[in-house]
Design a protein around this ligand. Structure first.
Ligand SMILES: NC(=O)c1ccc[n+]([C@@H]2O[C@H](COP(=O)([O-])OP(=O)(O)OC[C@H]3O[C@@H](n4cnc5c(N)ncnc54)[C@H](OP(=O)(O)O)[C@@H]3O)[C@@H](O)[C@H]2O)c1
Length: 365
């Protein structure tokens, strides 16, 4: 019997986390052929259980040996864990779809958004990288508009929810909001007496934090955060457009789930909002919110699969070739778990689970 007939042994590295929980839910929802599920996490939660298909399954400690006999690993336990354990899994014959930033820019590792650059999956060597959440949701939109009008430049400002920082990020927003509400009693001066923040560099309740990940020092990217440079470099790799001009400002906002992005695009040819809408209306995975008043919000996008695009209008500073857009999606789904499961589906469907030949353009992508 082939694996397709019986299903696959799938390990979830980081099964007790936000992305891990969504991975299991989406595997179940999309009826991915799982023969055996292996939830892995740290020593802290090994021995607890997770729910999958109505069963409680024991969480095991993630060790190199835990990957013996596993076909597919969906990894979301942080960059340092992936750095240590993903090569061990590959050594044991697993294909790993990694949600962390560890291997995204590594030469020869495909960085893929399902439906955008699926063909890149064929040339993996055991590791496939899932892009950063703020990059992923932009890609179906950028790809479609690039194909139609020749994208030349993108200016991106992100409004990223706290769930992008995992379960501790969500807890910090909830805890600090409750604490501040108790203290304020109509006196806004008390806003500055926010309780200690640990996950975010400034208080996140009733606030905005213009820092996601570490600041870069030196070079042309001096003063950018790593999150911002991920949008720049990952977009170019996914779209096979090393020449694409991209810049970004990433901001953490007190929203629980759903990333929103304000995007200004510049094209090689003249393009009107109506031209762009005519393209996006037929773009898979994109929902066009045509009327200005129908703009999408992160709350409405939560728990949904598509990328929502609204507020499409001319860039008044470049009215012939420039457009402004508002792009919203569930960061835990399209930005992480849903994309990972869709990539696994493509690997299975196209018979690409086993490592393929190197990509002919490997040096340039
Ligand atoms: N949240 C998003 O929107 C998003 C999107 C794209 C990518 N990602 C990436 O996905 C990863 C996880 O994100 P998350 O939001 O799910 O974080 P999270 O809620 O904090 O969960 C982290 C998971 O990693 C496990 N873990 C931590 N240290 C470990 C270790 N030493 N060995 C084995 N497992 C360990 C945790 O297990 P314990 O419960 O045992 O601690 C938990 O299951 C991060 O790298 C993140 O950048 C997140």
């Amino acid at each position: 019997m082939t694996a397709q007939q019986t299903g696959y042994t799938v390990a979830i590295l980081g099964a007790t986390g936000l992305v891990g929980t969504h991975l299991m839910h989406i595997l179940e929802q999309r009826q991915f052929p799982v023969k055996t599920l292996k939830p892995l996490a740290s020593k802290r939660t090994a021995g607890t259980t997770v729910e999958f298909k109505g069963q409680s399954i024991l969480v095991e400690e993630a060790t190199p040996e835990a990957f013996e006999g596993v076909d597919i690993v969906l990894a979301s336990a942080g960059g340092s864990v992936s750095e240590a354990l993903v090569p061990e899994a590959v050594k044991r014959g697993c294909v790993v779809i990694d949600n962390t930033s560890c291997f995204r820019m590594t030469e020869g590792v495909p960085l893929v958004v399902a439906g955008v650059n699926d063909e890149d999956l064929e040339h993996h060597s055991g590791i496939i990288a899932n892009p950063n959440c703020s990059t992923s949701q932009l890609m179906p939109v950028f790809k479609a508009l690039d194909n139609a009008f020749g994208l030349e430049r993108a200016i991106v400002s992100t409004y990223q929810s706290v769930s992008g920082a995992g379960k501790e990020g969500m807890d910090e927003l909830m805890d600090t909001t409750r604490a501040l509400m108790g203290r304020m009693e109509g006196n806004t001066e008390n806003l500055s007496s926010a309780p200690d923040n640990k996950v975010f560099s400034r208080p996140i309740a009733f606030n905005l934090v213009a820092q996601i990940d570490q600041f870069i020092e030196g070079g042309v990217e001096d003063g950018y955060t790593k999150e911002e440079t991920k949008v720049i470099h990952e977009s170019r790799k996914i779209l096979h457009r090393p020449d694409l001009k991209v810049t970004a400002t990433a901001v953490r906002v007190p929203v629980l789930v759903g990333h929103s992005e304000s995007v200004t695009l510049e094209f090689a040819q003249a393009v009107s909002p109506q031209d762009a809408m005519a393209v996006l209306e037929h773009t898979p995975d994109v929902v066009l919110c045509r009327a200005p008043k129908d703009f999408p919000t992160p709350v409405e996008a939560t728990g949904k699969d598509p990328v929502y695009v609204g507020r499409i209008r001319r860039d008044t500073s470049n009215p012939e070739k420039g457009l402004n857009l508002w792009v919203v999606a569930d960061n835990l789904r399209i930005g992480a778990a849903l994309n990972a499961v869709r990539l696994a589906e493509v690997l299975v469907r196209r018979g690409w689970l086993k490592p393929g030949k190197p990509h002919p353009e490997a040096a340039s992508v």
